[in-house]
Design a protein around this ligand. Sequence first.
Ligand code: FES
Length: 77
Amino acid sequence: MSETTIKVRNAGPLLVTGSFTITDADGNVFGLAGRTQVALCRCGQSEQKPFCDGSHRGAGFDSVCPARDLPPPAPKG
Ligand code: FES
């Protein structure tokens, strides 16, 4: 089984590649018709959320997120 990767595209969507399942808030599964890569909107402008429909290009969305290390998670209390 291939590793799932998520690529944060500059001024664009999250590209999810590999083996994955996407569900709605109720746990219902989106049918992906065999796709092994999807683009998830992170600009908030897509008419096809959670998927990217290219609207970020005309929306002036600008975001660059270089990879970095997160701090340790807060302890659960
Ligand atoms: S990131 Fe593409 S439409 Fe939002």
